[in-house]
Write a protein that binds this ligand. Structure first.
Ligand code: ARG
Length: 464
């Protein structure tokens, strides 16, 4: 039997890897995406090895130069990835040795693919977390603009999707802003745990070379080094944590999508989505479908599924590294791509939203949205809240039977339910009166919405 000549680990093997096994175990078709971070980490590792005298400066220089050339080749599309070389790490290392000879073979001193891949993944994810946080920020700024513009636009607020109380559209937009703000803090929380360096853990136990991990960590911009080598090569909790944060972002966007889909239907007609964010039907000429919102809602299933896949991938693993961990990449990459694309497409769509103020206003006039205001009015006249609730309930029943909203009833009609109701009741029964009255931090009054927008804008500007 032919020896495993091509394999970097072929020494102890007497027969070639089965072809199916080779294909089954290879990861290069997806982990080649890590090439930039793999090369960055290798350059830092080589610099550290020279710094502590494990390799010569000449070897270091050859390695740095050779890796630079490989990065260029890959970027130009001039790099033939080989499944026989399994993964991104061995493809790059083998090519380096082809280019620079023996110096290339020294790069893997004091390192294993186990700490290498964990390091690459953290570097990669650190960048992606920053990119995704940037996309969230972009969408948040769009929401602030819409909220400010629509601070006094009245719409029906819902609970149970039944008309509850009038709210302002700006206030509603600021609710989405708040959810995204928390999403961003979740990303920065998990970034702190991502940004710790596994390199130096080697296969599992550390290495017998006099390495300087702090030196490498500094070169790579890590906040510190992983304190335990077994843990460092093994756990992917940082990937899981990120995916949990990603799943929440998608769940938020999915709920937002559900509203856009409802609101843009002919039955609601609260908003119109820009044509360029919709598609038509191949059979029904009148159709304009909210596909972007629907797809974001649908893609939420993928990202949530990825989270579950990652949790299951981890749950049965004994310490330390196991090949199972290779399965972390596809779900992670898919979540990163999906969340990023969803956020990007969302910003443009929300910025171009056509808000149908009149329709929303008319809708708020139906459904007794100011019933709570009437009850609060009676409380101010000395009625206990529970009694006021009962009285207004009777007035609403009369309204349902007679087809009149509260504000359309005459003073005499209202006095059937409580004798001391005065003319001033009509001010509280209007939509404007209702929203203006909710004038405290977190309330829906237009002044509060504008204040919330400027506070939020100042905070975003201060954060850079
Ligand atoms: N492709 C592998 C992964 O993604 C790299 C580490 C392989 N380590 C090993 N001992 N086989 O996890």
């Amino acid at each position: 039997m032919a020896k495993n000549i091509e394999k970097l680990w072929g020494g102890r093997f007497a027969e070639r890897t089965d072809e199916l096994v080779e294909r089954f175990t290879a990861s290069v078709q997806f982990d080649s995406r890590l090439y930039r971070h793999d090369i960055t980490a290798s350059i830092a590792h080589a610099r550290m090895l020279a710094h502590v005298g494990v390799i010569t400066e000449a070897d270091r220089d050859a390695i740095v130069k050779g890796l630079g050339k490989i990065a260029d080749d890959i970027e130009r599309g001039d790099f033939a990835w080989s499944a026989g070389l399994e993964d991104v790490h061995m493809n790059i290392e083998a090519r380096l040795t082809e280019h620079i000879g023996d110096a290339g073979k020294r790069l893997h001193t004091a390192r294993s693919r186990n700490d290498q891949v964990a390091t690459d993944l953290r570097l990669y994810l650190r960048d992606e977390v920053d990119a995704i946080a940037g996309e969230i920020l972009g969408l948040q700024r769009v929401l602030l603009d819409v909220a400010e513009r629509e601070a006094a636009t009245i719409m029906p607020g819902f609970t149970h999707l039944q008309t509850a109380q009038p709210v302002t559209f700006g206030h509603h937009m600021m609710a989405w802003f708040e959810m995204l703000a928390r999403d961003r803090t979740r990303l920065s929380d998990c970034r702190a745990r991502i940004n710790v360096m596994p390199l130096g853990s080697a296969a599992l136990a550390g290495t017998s070379y006099p390495i300087d991990r702090e030196y490498t960590a500094k070169l790579l911009g890590f906040d510190g080094v992983c304190a335990n080598s077994l843990d460092a090569v093994s756990d992917r909790d940082f990937v899981i944590e990120f995916n949990a944060a990603a799943a929440l972002i998608m769940v938020h966007l999915s709920r937002f999508s559900e509203e856009l889909i409802l609101w843009s239907s002919a039955q609601f007609n609260f908003i119109a989505l820009p044509d360029r964010y919709c598609t038509g039907s191949s059979i029904m000429p009148q159709k304009k479908n909210p596909d972007v919102a629907e797809l974001v809602r649908g893609k939420t299933g993928r990202v949530t599924g990825n989270l579950l896949a990652l949790l299951m991938l981890m749950k049965g693993q004994p310490l330390a590294y196991n090949r199972d961990n290779q399965e972390d990449k596809e779900p992670l990459f898919d979540s990163v791509d999906t969340v990023k694309a969803s956020l990007q497409v969302y910003s443009g769509m929300i910025a171009a939203l056509d808000v149908r103020r009149d329709v929303m206003h008319d809708a708020a006039l139906r459904g007794f949205a100011t019933a709570t205001d009437l009850a609060d009015y009676l409380v101010r006249k000395g009625v206990a809240f529970r009694d006021a609730h009962e009285i207004v309930g009777r007035a609403v029943r009369y309204g349902v039977e007679s087809g009149k909203d509260l504000a359309q009833m005459s003073l005499d009609q209202l006095r059937q339910f409580w004798a001391t109701i005065d003319e001033d009741v009509f001010a509280v029964l209007t939509l404007d009166g209702s929203v203006t009255a909710r004038d405290h931090i977190g309330g829906t009054a237009p002044v509060q919405v504008r204040a919330a927008v400027s506070r939020a804008r100042a905070a975003l500007d201060a954060a850079g």
